[in-house]
Every structure is written in C-alpha cells, then in structure tokens.
Design a binder for this molecule. Structure first.
Ligand code: YH5
Length: 283
C-alpha cells in the first residue's frame, strides 16, 4: 500500500481539503456548448444546479472551466473566459459548501476567481503562460501542476517519449521548482500526470501503471481520466459508454495512492472510492 509523505490537510483559501482519504472533484464545464441556451442567468443557474448535484453526490471540489482544451477548439479571450467563469464561481461560493477549483491558465481568471472565493488553481499548462506564476503566487492558493507537452491545440499530433514516467516526473519536478522560486511553497502543490494530454494510448496506460513512481516527488496526486479517449481506445467505447472503464481506473488510481479524482460521474466514483478506502483501512 502507498503511504503519503505529506500532511493530510491542504488549506484551500477559506476551506481545508482532507487528504487523509481520496477526494472526488466534480467537473463543471462552463463553455457555451454546455449551459448557454437560455441566456446568461439561466446558464449560471444551470451550472449552479449541476454543481449542487455533484456536491450532494459527495464531491468535495468542483472544477470550474471556461476554456475548452479539446484539439481544434476556438481560443477564448481572457475577458470571455472571465465572463463565463466569474458568475459561476461567485454563485457556488455563495451557495455551496465545497472547494472551488479554477481550471484555467489565464492570470486574470486566477486573480478574479480567487477574489470571488476559489480555493485551488488547476492549470493544465502548469503556470507557463505569461503572468500565470505571479498571479498564482499573489492568490496564495494551492495549485495543481499538470504534465503536457506543447499546447492543447497541437499536442496530440505525434507525441514521443523515451520513458514516459521519467519524463513526466522530470517535467513536474521542474515546474515545482519554478513555483518554489516564484514563491509558491511545495506544501501548496498538487501534481497531475496529465492523462490524455499529448500521449498515445500506450503512453497513457504505461503512465497509469507506473503512476506510483510519482510519489517520489512527495506531493499529492490528482488523476483525470473520466470519459477520456484512453478508455474509448482501450475498450472501443464512445464517450457516453465510458463509465465502467472510468470506474475501473478510479479504483486503480486510489489503490495507487491518488489523492484527488477529477470526474464527471461523481456519485458512481464516490462509491468506488469509499469501497476501496474501506478495504485499505482494514487490518
Ligand atoms: C486533467 O486530466 N483534463 S480538460 C477529453 C475527453 C473527456 C474529458 C471525451 N482538465 C484534466 O476533461 N485538469 C482537463 O474525451 C484537467 N487534469 C487536470 N488537472 C479535458 C477533459 C476531457 C477531455
């Protein structure tokens, strides 16, 4: 069994995340395709209802994202991203007992989101955009650093690794160092292997199998595989048919010591996590 080397409490703004057991982060997309048909307030209310349902199902974090990272997605301006995300962050902070994670690479969204009540910055670009490190430092919030080669738009084209686990670990160690030099202490960092970002199926499977090697970095791990194409490719399933595959990976991730699972299907994943934890806690 994997034993964590870090403290079991991660301060996230006004709340504390309990890392003594695995936690489930619910995904809340606030891109126009997700919630926008009835106008601005309807979109905010629909997002709030979805967040409330995920909290009722056991999510302790809600990951709010206003930028689509899909290959080919239209780039979103910082103002547009902020206009999508800010009302939802504000509403969740006012209404729900949950830690809000900001799925953003955009400095102004980090700053405004933190001011409106977010508790964690989740940046798939690991704070490599101009001004992102400084913005994250200024918020005082913990950050999730994720491995990705290149940019979301171009990343998947021909990814190559000599040793995927070693290269992911080296990248995360480098980004952790950049954070520490900028003023984000390591105690505030969460690490993510970045499943599905510039990785073939073989890369994703190997990285998943050997994920425990990342515990050498000494920080909690976040895993996001929910509905992703590694499940589709391994099983030959369309995006709406990937729940069981995702739950298998959730059980495996927890048994490999992952601290946070980023998922669409919160209720189902919470049962898996509680069941695995019950076995892990046995004599
Ligand atoms: C992640 O792994 N992923 S956005 C393609 C899919 C399904 C889902 C249909 N943000 C991560 O969720 N943040 C995203 O196929 C993330 N870790 C962290 N920390 C992509 C996504 C998805 C993409």
């Amino acid at each position: 069994m994997t034993v964590a080397q870090y403290p079991t409490r991660l301060p996230c703004g006004s709340r504390v995340l309990d890392l003594s057991r695995p936690q489930v982060m619910g995904i809340l997309n606030v891109t126009p395709d997700s919630f926008s048909d009835g106008g601005r307030f309807a979109a905010r209310d629909a997002a709030l209802r979805h967040a409330a349902a995920m909290v009722a199902a056991g999510a302790t974090l809600i990951d709010v994202g206003g930028e689509s990272t899909r290959p080919g997605a239209r780039p979103v301006s910082p103002v547009e991203e902020l206009e999508r995300v800010a009302p939802v962050v504000e509403a969740i902070a006012a209404e729900l007992d949950v830690i809000i994670s900001l799925d953003t690479s955009t400095p102004v969204v980090m700053r405004e989101g933190a001011r409106l009540g977010a508790g964690l910055i989740n940046d798939v670009r690991s704070l490599r955009r101009d001004g992102a490190l400084e913005a994250a430092v200024d918020t005082g919030l913990p950050v999730c650093l994720m491995h990705m080669l290149g940019e979301p738009g171009s990343m998947q084209q021909n990814p190559q690794y000599r040793d995927v686990l070693a290269e992911v670990a080296d990248f995360l160690a480098q980004r952790m160092l950049a954070c520490e030099e900028a003023g984000i202490p390591r105690e505030r960092i969460v690490l993510d292997p970045g499943f599905g970002f510039a990785k073939t199926l073989a890369h994703n499977l190997s990285l998943f199998k050997h994920m425990e090697g990342l515990h050498a970095l000494g920080r909690p791990l976040l895993v996001g595989v929910s509905r992703k194409s590694m499940i589709g490719q391994a099983l030959g399933r369309e995006v709406g048919e990937r729940l069981y595959g995702g739950l298998a990976l959730a059980a495996l991730a927890v048994s490999k010591g992952a601290s946070i699972l980023r998922v669409h299907d919160v209720a189902e994943t919470v049962d898996v996590v509680r069941m695995v934890a019950a076995v892990q806690m046995a004599e």
